[in-house]
Design a protein around this ligand. Structure first.
Ligand SMILES: Cc1cc2nc3c(=O)[nH]c(=O)nc-3n(C[C@H](O)[C@H](O)[C@H](O)COP(=O)(O)OP(=O)(O)OC[C@H]3O[C@@H](n4cnc5c(N)ncnc54)[C@H](O)[C@@H]3O)c2cc1C
Length: 400
């Protein structure tokens, strides 16, 4: 049975097993609609409906704000399982829970948490994280979005581009510079339903058709002053801290993709016969299976090392060395698992032969979907540079 959805929920902490049981039920039910939507190339709104039904849209939100208060390990395990159903399904969770809700959980004041977290945890309000702009991707500090204060509002102007959940979000966490003056980036909690906020879905994607990706424009868009997140000028720190958790969510999803590629490949290799025997008896097919398994095992180790490092760092917020280690491991985990998932999906396609090239089968869908995991939340290149800078020292950052 699902946990109650209200803030009056029993204070009893749920076990990891209880949460993962709901995740399993969600995953079993989402598969048919996900396959259909993939083939029809459209957003799968069942992810939200079933996410609500199984009470999974506030996994990380503390129980006092209506969520399930899952620990980071349970959350990561949930996303691994959800990742098996496809990167499109998992991306909704990353956008909504990791990079959408987490900045409010980590940086919001009491009033902001009480207002925005309960409806988001219930899935009545969908969240997104809008950092990227047409002219500011790998270097978000090149953003052009601005804000100015007018009375009790900040007036925002700018365009955010390639935002997961951006077309369906009720609330986005977004970022801007102060207008017309030198100053640092600030973060804002922005409801998307007012005049001056326009969204446009971006559908010409090579994969991820079941996930919503959009751009939005804010034109003289008023946001109440109480919606500034963290202190004025602290937005870059909010963004970078959020991305560390976002990367863990991508890494978890990629491990799920590898697991599914392995499951599908083993089953097909035992079934399909060529040259008088099952293809799984051919040594070169076995090599593909062995490589996927090696990548699965290594990905699992690096993911949970990174999750443990983040848990330790969160418990010791003043320890800079623990934070450096957690940031480093999250970059390493995201880099490694996304490349491993790309390789695993490629090998699964190969095992399926000609059928592997068809999106009627899972390997091709994983292959086209998972490619984005080497781009969003830090490209391969930027992560490698971050990892090197973490070893050499901040002065050596090559991506400034
Ligand atoms: C489907 C999808 C969903 C997304 N969801 C979100 C979201 O929810 N929120 C959000 O804010 N953004 C999101 N993004 C945006 C994503 O984070 C950016 O696309 C990514 O950060 C790269 O930025 P860019 O596309 O501008 O590429 P660019 O920054 O223009 O980079 C192009 C290439 O140059 C390389 N490069 C750039 N600078 C350097 C350097 N200094 N050294 C070496 N190489 C470099 C990059 O690694 C890359 O290979 C999403 C993107 C996609 C495709």
């Amino acid at each position: 049975m699902n946990a109650p959805l209200t803030m009056e929920a029993s204070p009893r902490t749920e076990t990891s097993e209880e949460i993962l049981r709901d995740v399993e039920n969600f995953c079993e039910q989402i598969r048919p609609s996900e396959e259909l939507c993939y083939l029809e190339h459209r957003f799968n709104d069942e992810t939200i409906r079933l996410g609500k039904e199984h009470n999974l849209l506030g996994l990380l939100v503390p129980r006092e704000y209506g969520g399930r208060g899952a620990d980071l390990r349970t959350y990561a395990k949930s996303l691994v399982r959800i990742g098996r159903e496809g990167s499109g399904v998992r991306t909704l969770f990353s956008g909504h829970c990791s990079i959408g809700q987490l900045p409010i959980i980590a940086f919001g004041n009491e009033q902001q948490k009480k207002k925005y977290l309960p409806p988001a945890a219930r899935g009545e309000s969908i969240m997104a994280f809008g950092l990227t702009e047409p002219e500011a991707g790998s270097n978000p500090l090149e953003m052009q979005t601005t804000y100015r204060r007018e009375g009790n509002h900040y007036i925002l102007n700018g365009v955010k581009y390639l935002i997961s959940n951006g077309g369906i979000a009720d609330v986005v966490v977004t970022f801007a510079y102060p207008e017309g003056q030198q100053g640092r980036v600030s973060a804002f909690i922005v409801p998307t339903d007012g005049e001056g906020f326009e969204k446009e879905d971006l559908t010409a994607k090579m994969g991820l058709p079941t996930s919503n990706t959009a751009m939005f424009e804010m034109r003289d868009y008023p946001v109440p002053v109480e919606n500034m997140l963290a202190a004025e000028g602290d937005g870059f720190r909010v963004a970078m801290t959020t991305l560390v958790s976002g990367r863990l969510s991508v890494a978890a999803g990629c491990l799920g993709v590898i697991e599914d590629c392995l499951i599908e490949s083993i089953s097909y290799a035992k079934e399909r016969r060529q040259h008088g025997k099952e293809i799984g008896r051919h040594q070169l097919v076995q090599e593909h299976l062995a490589m996927i398994e090696i990548h699965r095992q290594a990905s699992e180790s690096i993911l949970f090392s990174a999750v443990d490092a983040k848990i330790t760092s969160d418990a010791n917020p003043n320890d800079k060395e623990l934070k450096r280690k957690a940031d480093l491991l999250s970059a390493e985990a995201k880099f490694f698992t996304s490349n491993a998932a790309w390789d695993a999906a490629d090998r699964a396609v190969q095992i399926y032969g000609g059928r592997g090239y068809s999106t009627l089968y899972r390997p091709a869908r994983h292959l086209t979907d998972v490619r984005v995991c080497r781009i969003y939340e830090g490209t391969d290149e930027i992560l490698k540079l971050k990892i090197a800078a973490s070893l050499l020292g901040k002065d050596w950052e090559a991506f400034k």
